[in-house]
Design a protein around this ligand. Structure first.
Ligand code: PHE
Ligand code: ZN
Length: 883
């Protein structure tokens, strides 16, 4: 916490470091009430910057440290020989190369920010990205300083039998008084943000993997003893990730050992520390009894993501934190392609696009909008955003689309070869792709520097006499903070033209035959494509697979959308058409409701839904996606001024109307799926797809209010062979008007799973998200539950996060109670964990989306927060939100 205004850091001010750290030797002495950190650094002048031999002062980063000892080249310095302030240590070297030994004292047991070295339950662990290492010892804590680390951990053997760090174990031994030590050596130079240490009483699941060159790797997943049976899926995902990275990118693992450790208290999902990934237990543990299918898929994706970082992030890292998307955008792209290969490609794409449009588009339209490569920040932790991650991945995906599979691979091969062992920039990445392919991405690079979501408006004309079909494209990117004017970007549009039977026509453009599907690049603000030899007026299928992260509009009628939903040969666009129809219908209902007129059901939507529910040929997961209505969050995003009450009312009304209209078809399919899924649990993709559809149907059917459906639901809750089915039944009951059954199910669930924190997180979330009136009181009461604690980020996300992000009707209650509640929580949390507090500000930051009355209430709460003494994290987001 500081009182003076936090400083803004700019990309344009980047300067290479004055000194390099060639070697880093660390010794940790861990105790219950403190830890001593001894470091010995081999430093060397950066002679590229200081060729004249003049020696600048050495300034190391450090925060919240007690400095006990400073030894420069074997000479212990006195207090007058160096300067220490709140975030640095400076001293004057006498030679171009020298050794510096430091001892600092820290208190991991009091570290509630979960950054640096801290305790999670009874274990010690670290989190150093982005700038946490400076809370362990004074250091050049910046990613362009790469060093070889050797680490010795000393702790009481009884409490901490397992002592881990990066690289390979090289020695171990005993000390007096029941203490023991282990030394680790990491041969690969790395920035401090990839450092990790773990000490605890852990058990392990062990396996091995033989790499493409025949090396055998020791694989280990460490967890607390009670979780030992929940690691198989993570291990299996790890092995599949290792194989996939060899096959798709030619990347082999490099150390002899790869470790994953699960911890309960973690700010994010997981962390790619070299050879020692540390995971939020929610992203490791998965067993059918306790984890839903969604959790299984998340574990698979996060394990892959962190593993893939070994090349995209660790072997080749970032020069500075403005380049964060270099590793994150690329790695998210890699993990989503992995998941697409392991599961249904179309469904994975639908999930990613749904998430991006509901969340990243909102970020791009809000006060924190920033480019994929930001130009400035106050607190880097605030920039682990949907833009850097998800939009960054979309940008890499476009490069993949433009170069094709093979060209992209040539580019990444060159990138890894050219920059192995270096800390580089997004420009270096693009340059490698260009050089390997003779491509020119100079205009494309605007995707890295311009914030905001481009709108791509398309209109068409058919000239029957000339058999010509013209598509007019218009792109506009709205202003964002600090960027009033935008230049046109390269927008790859994957597309086809469909005839009246839904068949793809052959595309001819400028005399060239392009086949039945093409990727056309829109590069101008206004651009027209003239398709030749078009025998009849086509219906365009545009932006297939969401080939660019833009807001596309084309004047489709509802009938056009019905046609595409039924006939587009492209699965993604079939879903997109159905989704577009549902959005259109819902927006219509919102308007009618606001005008005080009675709502009516468009039969065309009923027909589309019926046709997929009764289509047993179609992948059940696809059916589930098609019948899922757009989320309230997405409807808020696409609204000019969002009327949350009307959106909630219209969406609930439509869900119920569809359930009533399709009751028999839904019931038949539900029954069939329930019968097929009875018996032995199967983790296969098709069994998951069946469960997904079955449970989505159950959610609808419960809205009919029929006693018979209630019986099915209760039965599913009681008899479920897995958490997916049990949790879905619980959700349906909690959102139903059957109060007695709802409370009974909640009580039963809590009793049964009280010993499983991750399961209880779901129990908290289900209630936080229930949309009946009175949710806030319920949440407040749940905060007093013995298993709830504000100190555990998963609990905060499960209860507070779920309420403010997923329960829009209640959070936006017109009396302002939801806003005041959130502001209180942010102020309270900022004192213990600024990163988590800062993330909670998001829903308040979106105030411009709402009516005047709500705007005033939300701003009032933001101002109230701003009047407090704040961390830089919360200060940045709140002050920018009010600007
Ligand atoms: N680098 C981590 C990832 O991409 C995310 C992370 C950032 C974790 C900061 C912790 C702290 O998965
Ligand atoms: Zn990552």
């Amino acid at each position: 916490m500081r009182t003076e205004q936090p400083k803004t850091i700019y990309l344009k001010d980047y300067k290479a470091p004055d000194y390099w750290v060639d070697e880093t030797q660390l010794t940790f002495e861990l105790f219950e009430d403190h830890a001593l950190v001894h470091s010995r650094l081999a430093l060397r002048l950066n002679s590229d910057l200081h060729g004249d031999g003049a020696l600048p002062a050495l300034t190391l980063h450090g925060q919240e440290l007690a400095l006990l000892k400073v030894v420069l080249d074997e000479r212990e310095l006195g207090e007058g020989d160096y300067q220490v302030d709140d975030d640095s240590l400076s001293l004057q070297p006498a030679d171009a190369t020298f050794a510096l030994a430091l001892t600092t004292r820290i208190e991991p047991q009091n570290n509630t920010a979960l950054e640096g070295l801290y305790k999670s339950g009874s274990m010690f662990c670290t989190q150093c990205e982005a700038e946490g290492f400076r809370k362990i010892t004074y250091y050049l804590d910046r990613p362009d300083v790469m060093s070889r680390f050797t680490t010795t951990v000393i702790a009481e053997r009884e409490r901490y039998p397992v002592l881990l760090s990066n690289g390979n174990p090289i020695a171990s031994g005993e000390h007096e008084g029941g203490r023991h030590w282990v030394s680790w050596e990491d041969p690969f130079p790395k920035p401090a943000y990839l450092f990790a240490l773990v000490a605890g009483d852990l058990c392990l699941l062990q396996d091995s993997f033989t790499t493409m060159s025949g090396r055998e790797i020791d694989l280990r997943i460490y967890v607390e003893p009670e979780n030992r049976t929940q690691c198989d899926h993570a291990m299996d995902s790890l092995k599949r990730s290792m194989r996939w990275d060899e096959e798709v990118y030619g990347r082999e693992y490099d150390l002899d050992i790869f470790m994953i450790v699960a911890v309960n208290d973690f700010n994010m999902g997981a962390m790619e520390n070299k050879g020692l990934n540390i995971f939020n237990s929610s992203c490791v543990l998965a067993h059918q009894d306790t984890a839903t299918d969604m959790a299984f898929q998340r574990v698979e994706a996060v394990v892959a993501h962190e593993y893939f970082h070994n090349w995209s992030g660790n072997r080749v890292t970032c020069r500075d934190w403005f380049q964060l998307s270099l590793k994150e955008g690329f790695t998210v792209f890699r993990d989503s392609e992995f998941s697409a290969d392991m599961n249904s490609r179309t469904v994975k794409r639908i999930e990613d696009v749904t998430f991006l449009r509901a969340n990243q588009f909102a970020e791009d339209a809000g006060p924190m909008a920033h480019p994929v490569r930001p130009d400035s920040f106050i607190e880097i932790s605030n920039f682990y955003t949907l833009t850097v991650y998800e939009k960054g991945a979309e940008v890499v995906r476009m490069l993949h689309t433009l170069l094709g599979e093979e060209g992209f691979r040539k580019g990444t091969d060159l990138y890894f070869e050219r920059h192995d062992g270096q800390a580089v920039t997004c420009d270096d990445f693009i340059k490698a792709l260009e050089d390997a392919n003779g491509a020119d991405f100079s205009q494309f690079k605007r995707w890295y520097s311009q914030a905001g979501t481009p709108r791509l408006s398309v209109t068409s004309e058919y000239d029957a006499s000339r058999c010509e079909y013209r598509l007019h494209f218009n792109q506009v990117c709205p202003p964002t903070p600090g960027q009033p004017d935008k230049l046109p970007q390269v927008i790859p549009v994957r597309m086809a033209l469909l005839d009246r039977d839904g068949k793809e026509m052959t595309l001819r453009l400028n005399g060239e035959a392009l086949g039945t599907e093409a990727v056309v690049s829109i590069t101008e603000a206004e651009q027209t494509l003239v398709f030749e030899n078009v025998p009849t007026c086509p219906l365009p299928s545009l932006l297939r697979g969401f080939s660019a992260p833009v807001k596309l509009s084309y004047p489709y009628s509802r009938d056009d959308r019905v046609f595409l939903a039924k006939h587009d040969p492209d699965g993604f666009n079939r879903w997109e058409a159905a989704q577009g129809l549902a959005v259109d219908v819902l927006q219509g209902l919102v308007d009618i409701h606001r005008a005080g007129r009675p709502l009516n059901l468009d039969q065309r939507l009923v027909d589309v839904m019926r046709s997929v529910i009764t289509d047993s040929e179609l992948d059940a997961a696809m059916v589930a996606e098609i019948i899922r209505l757009p989320s309230e969050a997405y409807l808020v995003e696409v609204a000019e001024v969002a009327d949350v009450d009307a959106i909630h009312f219209a969406r609930e009304w439509l869900r119920r109307a569809l359930a009533v209209a399709l009751r028999d078809d839904m019931a038949a399919r539900y029954q069939a799926l329930a019968a097929a899924g009875a018996g032995e649990f199967s983790p296969s993709a098709s069994a998951m797809a069946d469960r997904s559809l079955k449970n989505s149907l159950l959610g609808y059917l419960m809205l009919t209010g029929e006693q018979e459906v209630l019986n099915w639901c209760v039965r599913q809750f009681v008899e479920a062979s897995n958490m997916t089915d049990r949790q879905a039944a619980l959700v349906a009951l909690v959102n139903s008007p059957f109060e007695q059954q709802r409370e009974a199910a909640l009580a039963d669930f809590a009793e049964r799973w009280a010993a499983y924190p991750l399961v209880m997180d779901q129990w908290f979330s289900v209630q936080a998200m229930a949309s009946q009136p009175g949710a806030l009181e319920r949440v407040q009461k749940l905060m007093e539950h013995p298993l709830f604690t504000m100190r555990n980020p998963n609990k905060v996300r499960a209860l507070i996060g779920a309420f403010v992000n997923q329960n829009l009707a209640n959070f936006h209650a017109i009396d302002g109670s939801g806003y005041a509640f959130l502001a209180d929580r942010i102020i309270e949390l900022d004192r213990s964990n600024p990163q988590i507090a800062s993330r909670l500000v998001t829903p308040l930051s979106r105030w411009r989306k709402f009516d005047d009355e709500r705007q005033a209430l939300m701003r009032e709460q933001l101002s109230r927060i701003l009047a407090e003494k704040l961390s830089p994290d919360v200060y940045e987001v709140v002050s920018k939100s009010l600007a």
